[in-house]
Design a protein around this ligand. Sequence first.
Ligand code: ZN
Length: 189
Amino acid sequence: MHWNLNNLNERVSDNKFVNDTICFFAHEVAHLYQNSRIGDIYGESDESWLHEGHADWLAASALQELYPDTREYVANKIDRYRNHCAKGLRQFPLVEAADKGRFDLYYSCGLLIHQAIDLALQKHAKKDIYSLWVDFRKQAETGDTKGSKVFLAHTEKWTSKALVNRINEVIESKLSSPENTLNQLATSK
Ligand SMILES: [Zn+2]
């Protein structure tokens, strides 16, 4: 992480710049949390919602936890992501985003997927978004399977089949009403 700025003194008085910067750092730190001793456990690039969305959701959670003043900033970001993701999913399924050069959708749709998982986990109260990742990592390290299918199998174990079906819809389908699907995703238990 490196900046070439000659006006940093001015930029630090801009809240958006400060929040964007903290968010960026938190996202990269989340990738350190995701790390595994066997290297990449995320699967193929068309499954990048798994690690990029996860990192963005952990960053959003960290900001709200550590800097309560950023709640509005985070809420606005999530609203923006919802619109961005919905627009993309009307054109093609998330799994095709890599081929279409639309990697940005893995961040926006991915954050919404992990937010939904986290909220469902909190309702079931047995795991959280961190311990779920630890389970996933353990299996990837001890078995020979990795990637989003393994992650979603763990998710289903600690949440519900209904939620995972909804996630698969977001990943694999071109949606006629993505706003509805994303709303249903957010309220699945
Ligand atoms: Zn990243």
